[in-house]
Design a binder for this molecule. Structure first.
Ligand code: EPU
Length: 442
């Protein structure tokens, strides 16, 4: 049975929303537990399909795992591993599972991890991960769609990344923790999720320095120095950015709780330039409001601390109704404008040329039947539907479920008219309306 969102747009959002733990941090912390032969507990873990997939990957390797829905915690017992294989059935569903490669090579000196391949938003190669592991001393073979890594021992070295890849930085950090000697990762990614991983590893007994800068130094430690930890992950900056956009785009006023403001500096400065008001009302809370039409501006996505690619689609939805012409340049992924055809259905005036999008702001969007193509494009459609006049439906919700915990209740708490319904209910609703033939008209 498929499900869809039904959104009646045009309502100004107001109230409070609390941000969940960061998906893109917690998945890596879960993989990092593999390094210590012990039990670890991670708090502030969002209930998302990606977290479930990572638990399955760890389970396949022999770890004993459990998720406590009430406490929002995962417990992972990695004292005994029974396999070094992370199968295609999981990696193909979630590329982030590729992160277990570094941890497994570090601990077991051997790993077989399925190659993720491309995905909807781009080619997303893993060559930096592989080259980095090779320079640490691993022999890598690509066999039947799997990366087979083996090493007698790993030895610290200098690694330079061509671009500051988040995943490669994390995979190599994990592999280097148990290597002999020191590893220096240059041109490292500086995202808050990298800092969270380094803090987690150091709490486990590792020796990682410089995370959050472009050079990370990992001094290898002995396996017996590592132990299980209890750790709380950071708030999800992309989820926070999404709710900020929803309040601003509907010209509402609301409070975003449990956020780390320093993780969103560039984004908030752009929203302010658009005409939003953003006030820090507590160390971990913003008050966000907007009472005017947004102003056009240009956005170029960049690695952290630049404008996050994961919020680009949200920026585009906002600018589609801003006063004037904006240009968005997506510089990280080849194909991250999947929201464009859907926004056009709603009346947006967007011209796309390779990785540039020219957006002529229109007065209003109108509701339409929409389809999410990936996680962040899906979030942009939710935002557009909230801003639009009339009803919208959004299908392919499994994309959105990967990254937004409790989306419907959280949006409803802000006053949004949003429902999640199954097709079956939809058919009944159609029958009631005497709308029996053809596609759903709402
Ligand atoms: N790249 C290579 N070779 C590599 C690694 C990366 O060419 O070996 C390229 C990629 O193809 C891409 C660019 O480098 O064009 C950046 O990729 P990066 O490795 O930094 O991204 P990632 O680790 O695969 C994480 C997030 C993404 C987020 C990016 C950038 C997770 C699970 N995913 O991906 O989040 O967009 O960093 O910030 O942490 C999302 O949450 O929707 C999402 C896609």
């Amino acid at each position: 049975m498929t499900e869809k969102l039904i959104i009646s747009g045009g309502k100004q959002l107001s109230g409070e929303v609390s941000i969940s733990g960061a998906k893109n941090a917690v998945l890596k912390l879960m993989a990092a537990t593999l390094l210590a032969k012990d039990v670890s507990k991670i708090y502030n873990v969002p209930e998302l399909t990606d977290v479930t997939i990572m638990l399955s990957v760890l389970g396949q390797l022999g770890a004993k795992t459990s998720y406590d829905k009430v406490e929002k915690s995962v417990t992972i017992d990695t004292r005994e591993l029974t396999s070094i294989v992370a199968g295609y059935e999981f990696v193909s569903r979630m590329r982030a599972s590729f992160i277990v490669l570094g941890a497994l090579v570090g601990r077991c000196k051997e790993a077989m991890v399925a190659l993720p391949g491309g995905c909807a938003i781009g080619e997303r190669r893993v060559d930096f991960h592989i080259r980095g592991l090779e320079s640490l001393g691993a022999t890598i073979k690509i066999e039947n769609g799997y990366v087979h890594a083996q090493a007698k021992k790993l030895e610290g070295t200098d690694i330079y990344l061509d671009i500051p890849s988040v995943g490669a930085t994390e995979n190599l950090m994990l592999a280097a923790v148990l290597a002999e000697g020191s590893t220096r990762i240059q041109n490292a990614a500086q995202e808050p999720e990298i800092v969270d991983l380094a803090n987690f590893l150091n709490t486990m007994g590792a020796d990682v320095n410089g995370a959050g800068t472009s050079e990370i130094l990992i001094n290898g430690v002995k396996p017996e120095s590592l132990h299980g930890v209890e750790y709380t992950t950071i708030p999800d900056r992309i989820e926070a950015g999404t709710y900020m956009a929803a309040i601003i785009g509907t010209r509402g006023k609301g409070i975003i709780q449990n956020v780390n403001p320093s993780h969103l500096t560039f984004y908030t400065s752009k929203l302010t330039q658009m005409g939003a008001k953003i006030k820090l009302i507590a160390p971990n809370a913003f008050e966000v409001s907007c009472n005017q039409r947004l102003k056009a501006l240009n956005i170029v996505t960049q690695p952290y601390p630049g404008f996050p690619t994961d919020l680009q689609s949200l920026g585009m939805a906002l600018l589609s109704v801003a006063d004037g012409v904006s240009i968005i340049t997506e510089s990280l992924y080849e194909n991250r404008f999947m929201q464009v055809p859907e926004l056009r259905k709603m009346g947006a005036d967007i011209h796309q040329e390779r990785n540039h999008a020219l957006i002529k702001g229109v007065e209003k969007l109108s509701g339409a039947n929409l389809r999410a193509s990936d996680l962040r494009a899906g979030a942009a459609l939710v935002l557009a539907a909230l801003m639009a006049e009339g009803y919208s439906t959004i299908e392919e919700l499994h994309h959105i479920d990967r990254g937004y915990e409790l989306l419907v209740p959280k949006m409803r708490a802000l006053g949004a008219n949003i429902d999640r319904i199954s097709d079956e209910i939809d058919i009944v609703a159609d029958k009631v309306r005497g709308n029996l033939n053809g596609t759903t008209k709402i």
